[in-house]
Every structure is written in C-alpha cells, then in structure tokens.
Ligand binder design. Structure first.
Ligand code: ADP
Ligand code: MG
Length: 321
C-alpha cells in the first residue's frame, strides 16, 4: 500500500460533511469558510509513543486520546469544534492498527461534528500531531489572562485518577484492579460542553493536562494574580478515595496531570448564572478556591497551609537526573 492508498482508505473516509468546508482532503490545501463575527480558535498537540502514551497502548485508545487532548484545548477556550488536520508518522503500514486508530479518532470526531480536512502521512517513529480548529465569538473566548482577584476557582470534574492509571501501567500493577483509572488515562472526556457553557461568563479557563497546580499557575501568572485552593473541596472519584483511604497522595493528584477537566475562574456575581447553565446541561462544577492578589498557588488542608505542595507540572526539557 502506498501513502496515497492509506490517505484514501483511512483518512478521506473519515471526513464529515460540513457546510463550512468548501474543499477538504485531496488538494494542496483545504478551504474553510468561517462564519463572519467568529474567531477561529486553533490548537496543535503532538503525541509521541513513549512520551505521551506507553508503548503498549492500543490503537483505538491512541486515536481517541490524540483527538481528545486537542478537543480539550478548544474546550478551554470556549470554542465549538469544527475542523481538524492530522499529521501522522508511522513506522510501517499496518492495516489493523490504522483501522483501530481511526475507530478511536472517528468516535470523537463524529460526536462533535469535527471534519477531518487534511494532514500529512510520513514514515518514521510513531508520532501523531493534530491541529483542531473551532469557532468562538471574540468577546466570549475564555483566555488565561483575565482572572481577577476574588474570582471563584472551579473544576468541571474529578482529578487524580489518570495519574494513578499511568502508575499502574508503568509499574505493572494488576490491571483488573486499576481499570477504572486506566480508562480515565486512555479515554479522557474532553470538556467541550462545559467550555461552551462557560464561554462568555467565566473570567478565564485552562484545561488540566500537566496537573492542577501547574495549570492553575498559568492562569495566575498570565492574570498577574495568585490562588488559594482548599484540598478538602477537591473533587476526587469514589474509587480514588477508596484507593488512598486515609493516606491521600496530594502531590500525585495535584501534579500528575492527564485529567483533561477544565479549571475555570468566575466573578462571584456571575457564579449563580454559571451554575444554572451547567445544571441545565447536567454538567457539574466544583468550587475549590479563590483567586488572590498574592501571587503563587497555595494549598490548604483543614484550614492550614501545606507548604510542601508546589507545582511541578511535566516539563519535557527538564534536566534528566
Ligand atoms: P502534499 O504533497 O501537497 O502535501 P499530500 O500528498 O501530503 O499532499 O496529501 C494529499 C492530500 O491528503 C492533502 O489534501 C492532505 O491534506 C491529505 N492528507 C495527507 N495525509 C493526511 C492525513 N493523515 N489525514 C488527513 N488528510 C491527509
Ligand atoms: Mg504532504
């Protein structure tokens, strides 16, 4: 099979029809027709085997997650998914692998009416680079830079499960006992609907990919503020609570990452309105703390500060020990 057969067989067939795609896969460029008055939100994420997913991860999960983490960025901007391109590097042409990969990919693409409009296919170590594009009204976009002192800090879902799933895989724990956490790692649900519900109301947003402390830290530094968060209020799944029992590993929960829930901030006077929007869509919001004038992110447990909990989100270029 040639590169062109692969494109035809696996990728062209995944192109969902949309009125705002004038020309999709097959030419030198795709031609897209955004609606007047909207911004196109664009984001790229690359997944490399061994760095972003363990080598034994199955192809369905890779296809799903590669798209999910990109959709999560659109969610964090309050944008509605529209178009996607896929640049993929494959060690060889493996039909079964490609089939499964596209099953996972298409599962999400269809759910959000996201049309695959182009990409690139090359030979090399497995790596997947996806660019998603979405639409958002300029005034409604959820930027990182606009949190204000006294804003309420919110999460749209639980944190900490995925890091445990990763640990379970890397340390070869009994997979039957940790399937719930491995599922959270491999199948994160992008918070697209939460982002759309928060657009125009929340003051800022970020998706948690590197860990709550690190990612909330980005909102704080870009907004020139700080944050106090209360660990007693942190949403943890029942399974994670049962696993830790009385000995909760906060560092791992706060710095593990791969959660892909949104961290939002909201001015107190808009909080009721935001909650209402979320309730109408059966979405949940957890209030975990407050934006402060004092810079830095501080964690409190039972009212006392926990000084040893600091951000150490994943840094690809950190010196190897
Ligand atoms: P070019 O040489 O102009 O870059 P290619 O031969 O790489 O064109 O690609 C041919 C067409 O197939 C283009 O429209 C391109 O966007 C599309 N394409 C290539 N690889 C992929 C892929 N992995 N997913 C989706 N579309 C792809
Ligand atoms: Mg090309």
């Amino acid at each position: 099979m040639s590169e062109f057969d692969v494109i035809e067989k696996y990728f062209s067939s995944a192109a969902i029809k949309r009125d705002d795609v004038s020309l999709g896969i097959g030419d030198d460029c795709a031609l897209l027709k955004p609606v007047a008055g909207y911004c196109v939100a664009v984001s790229t994420d690359t997944l490399i085997e061994g760095v972003h997913f363990p080598a034994q991860t199955n192809a369905i999960d890779i296809g799903y997650k590669a798209l999910a983490v990109n959709l999560s960025d659109l969610a964090a901007m309050g944008a509605k998914p529209a178009w996607v391109t896929l640049a993929i590097s494959l060690p060889d042409i493996n039909a079964a692998w490609l089939n499964d990969f596209m099953l996972g990919f298409t599962d999400l693409a269809q759910q959000y009416q996201l049309s695959l409009v182009g990409g690139d296919t090359t030979r090399g170590p497995l790596s997947i680079s996806i660019t998603v594009m979405g639409l958002v009204e300029e005034s409604q976009a959820l930027k990182r830079s606009s949190a204000k002192v006294d804003d309420i800090i919110l999460l749209t879902g639980t944190v900490g499960d995925a890091q445990l799933g990763l640990q379970a895989i890397l340390e070869s724990w009994n997979p039957d006992m940790f399937q719930w956490s491995i599922n959270k790692l491999n199948r994160p649900e992008p918070a697209v609907n939460a982002g759309l519900s928060a657009a125009g109301i929340a003051s800022s947003a970020i998706d948690i990919s590197d860990g709550l402390l690190s990612d909330l830290g980005h909102i704080c530094s870009q907004s020139k503020t700080g944050a106090d968060i209360h660990l007693d209020k942190l949403p943890l799944s029942d399974e994670l609570r049962r696993y830790y029992d009385t000995n909760i590993d906060w560092n791992s929960i706060l710095n593990g990452g791969d959660d892909y829930v949104l961290c939002l901030t909201c001015q107190p006077q808009y909080y009721e309105g935001l909650k209402k929007r979320f309730e109408e869509k059966d979405l949940i919001l957890y209030d975990i703390g407050t934006i402060t004038q004092q810079t830095g992110v501080r964690c409190y447990l039972h009212g006392d500060i926990v000084p040893e909990l600091t951000a150490e989100g994943y840094n690809h270029f950190a010196a190897k020990k």
